[in-house]
Write a protein that binds this ligand. Structure first.
Ligand SMILES: C[S@@+](CC[C@H](N)C(=O)[O-])C[C@H]1O[C@@H](n2cnc3c(N)ncnc32)[C@H](O)[C@@H]1O
Length: 255
C-alpha cells in the first residue's frame, strides 16, 4: 500500500511534528479562517492533529478524517488529553462523505500531493467542492517542484521519551517527469539498547503541480476567485525560491 503512514511512520511524524508545530502555517490558516465564512471546518488528512488541535483551542469548529488508523489514534489521544470533543473518522480523500456542508476545507502540509493521479485529484477537488457551503473556501498548500527533485538518500533520527532511537532512510527510487510523480522508499527503524526491534518500509508517492496547472484544476472543479500566495503572505504571488505555495478558492453562491 502506498502512502500508508503505518505505525513507525506515524510515531516519527508525531515526534517530528507535534501538536502546534508551525511552518508558518498555524498562523496563516488561523488568519485566513478568520476571513472566511463562519461555520464548520473540515481538515482532510488531519494526521496527528498538529494543526487541528490548536485551531479548536482557538475557538474554531474543526473536524477531520484520515486514512491512517495510527495517525488518527495520536490525534484522538491529544484531543482526549485536552478534553476536546472532536469528530474524527477514518476515511480517504477518494471516498469521504459527510451529510453536511462546511464553511471551509483546509489541506496544509502538502497533503494534496499524496494524490498521485490527476484523474483522482480532479475527482477529489470536485468532492471538496460538493462538501462546501456556497461561498465556502478551500485552502490548500502545495510544495514547489524544486522540493521534489533535491538530493535523496537522507538519514534522520529521533530519540523517544524512553531513550530508544527511531531512524528514517529516504530513497527516491523513481522520478516520472510525465506523470509528475516521485516514488520513494521510506525505511523506518526502531532501535532499543542498540538492537533493531522493528522496521517498516513505506512506499511514498507524491505528485508535483505547476502553479497554473493547479489553478486550472480548481476552476475545472467549479471553484472561483482563486488566490495564489507564496510563503504564507496572502495575495503575494509566489516567487521562484518560495518554500510553499498556497491556493485559496471559493465555491460560488448560487451553484
Ligand atoms: C503530511 S501528513 C499531514 C497531517 C496534518 N494535516 C498536518 O498538517 O500535520 C499527511 C496525512 O495524509 C494522510 N493520508 C495519506 N493518504 C491519504 C488518503 N488517501 N486519504 C486520506 N488521508 C490520507 C496520512 O495518513 C497523513 O496523516
Amino acid at each position: 500500500m502506498i502512502n500508508r503512514y503505518g505505525k513507525l511512520a506515524s510515531w516519527v511524524y508525531h515526534i517530528d511534528k507535534p501538536i502546534g508545530r508551525s511552518f508558518g502555517d498555524q498562523e496563516y490558516y488561523r488568519q485566513r479562517l478568520e476571513q472566511c465564512r463562519r461555520g464548520p471546518i473540515l481538515e482532510p488528512a488531519v494526521g496527528n492533529g498538529r494543526l487541528l488541535v490548536p485551531l479548536i483551542e482557538a475557538g474554531f469548529s474543526v473536524e477531520g478524517f484520515d486514512a491512517s488508523a495510527e495517525m488518527l489514534e495520536y490525534c484522538q489521544d491529544e484531543c482526549r488529553k485536552r478534553k476536546l470533543t472532536v469528530s474524527l473518522t477514518q476515511q480517504t480523500f477518494e471516498t469521504f462523505a459527510y451529510d453536511k456542508h462546511f464553511a471551509a476545507i483546509i489541506m496544509p502540509a502538502g497533503s494534496f500531493q499524496l494524490i498521485a493521479n490527476t484523474l483522482s485529484a480532479g475527482a477529489v477537488l470536485k468532492r471538496f467542492y460538493d462538501h462546501l457551503l456556497p461561498d465556502g473556501s478551500l485552502i490548500v498548500d502545495l510544495d514547489p517542484i524544486g522540493s521534489f527533485l533535491g538530493p535523496s538518500g537522507s538519514v534522520r533520527s529521533w530519540t523517544t521519551d524512553d531513550g530508544d532511537l527511531l531512524t528514517l532512510t529516504d530513497h527516491r527510487v523513481e522520478t516520472n517527469y510525465v506523470a509528475q510523480t516521485t516514488l520513494s522508499h521510506l525505511r523506518y527503524e526502531h532501535w532499543q539498547g542498540g538492537n533493531l526491534t522493528t522496521t517498516e518500509l513505506d512506499l511514498f508517492k507524491l505528485r508535483w503541480w505547476g502553479v497554473n496547472e493547479f489553478v486550472l484544476a480548481l476552476n475545472a472543479a467549479g471553484f472561483v476567485d482563486v488566490v495564489v500566495s507564496g510563503n504564507y503572505q496572502h495575495g503575494q504571488a509566489p516567487q521562484k525560491d518560495d518554500d510553499i505555495i498556497s491556493f485559496e478558492a471559493r465555491r460560488p453562491t448560487g451553484r
